[in-house]
Design a protein. Structure first.
Length: 318
């Protein structure tokens, strides 16, 4: 069909979609899909669905600005709740929370019953520190979808930031009743319990999190921190060392936990080495170099000239 009529738009469009569905993990398919969809746009520049389709291929490739431009053109041609939500999600990923909020609001004005858009509207408030507004949006999302785990999780997170421990606990509990294996909720509940001083309970959450997701760096790091806070130095340092083994891939950004963990391990070893020393007879400020604390505070890689490692621990030493 294409050989007979090379500019038959519907056939070109169909081929573009087919390349897209073949899988965007293959860059060749993505480029072919973009080529075909761009041909359709050149021939018929007034079809919003083609711009949206092209945006769906551009965004996973990291070409967010181009995807945003396509969605803006689609909205200009034919605004819809779906298009505003789609564009709002890309602004959210780009951390432009104010603009994302405007798009989610526009989407909800066109179609009020959208629990996911309502959740994201709440998250745009949350990330700007507008916690009370975020809570109202999360509650509204739960009115629209009573079994919305992510909304319960986010509600718990907002209550935690406000310091409302009981309300946060209740929200996290509701999320886990819906799915006891929800890793993000276990992680957040563990963090809240740790900062509330409930170390044993926090540790249970981090251990459960790691059973489900063994390479979760936040849970692994916090497991180590919880053990050390309870004086279980060997277990704590063992957990910290596991985080150190998760080297980032070439070109991949190191996680905050990966950057912090070597400092924590050295500090844990330092504390253990001074367990029998009266507090008045040792000082972190005197014993550890200033660059150690400075680099730790700034979350810099552990590159300290002439640093001498603290003594290690053996399994029989607690």
């Amino acid at each position: 069909m294409l050989q007979e009529e090379p500019d038959l738009v519907s056939a070109i469009y169909g081929r573009g979609i087919a390349y897209g569905k073949k899988g965007l993990h293959d860059i060749k398919n993505a480029e072919l899909a973009l080529f075909e969809l761009s041909r359709v746009i050149a021939l018929e520049p007034d079809r919003p669905e083609v711009f949206e389709q092209r945006a769906e291929i551009l965004s996973p490739l990291g070409r967010i600005n181009e995807a945003l431009n396509d969605l803006t053109k689609a909205i200009q041609l034919q605004p819809s709740a779906r298009l505003y939500r789609h564009r709002g999600t890309l602004y959210f990923i780009s951390e432009d929370y104010a603009t994302a909020h405007e798009d989610f609001q526009q989407s909800l004005e066109l179609n009020r019953n959208q629990p996911t858009a309502m959740l994201y509207k709440g998250l745009t408030f949350f990330h700007r520190g507008l916690l009370k507004e975020a809570i109202e949006a999360f509650k509204e999302a739960l009115k629209q979808k009573v079994d919305f785990i992510d909304a319960y999780k986010s509600l718990g997170q907002a209550y935690r930031e406000l310091g409302n421990f009981e309300a946060a606990t209740e929200s996290f509990q509701k999320a886990l009743l819906l799915n006891q294996n929800h890793v993000q909720t276990l992680q957040l509940r563990g963090l809240m319990l740790y900062h509330h001083g409930s170390l044993q309970e926090a540790l249970k959450n981090f251990k459960r999190c790691l059973q489900l997701e063994p390479y979760n760096e936040v849970c692994q790091y916090m497991k180590g921190l919880s053990h050390v806070a309870m004086g279980q130095f060997y277990e704590g340092i063992k957990a910290q060392t596991k985080v150190m083994l998760n080297d980032p891939l070439p070109g991949q950004k190191a996680s905050p936990e990966y950057l912090k963990v070597k400092y924590l391990r050295e500090y844990s070893r330092y504390l253990h080495a001074h367990l029998d020393t009266p507090l008045t007879e040792y000082s972190v400020d005197m014993d550890l170099p200033g660059s150690f604390k400075d680099h730790w505070a700034k979350n810099l890689p552990f590159l300290i000239d002439d640093y001498e490692e603290q003594p290690g621990l053996q399994p029989h030493i607690k």
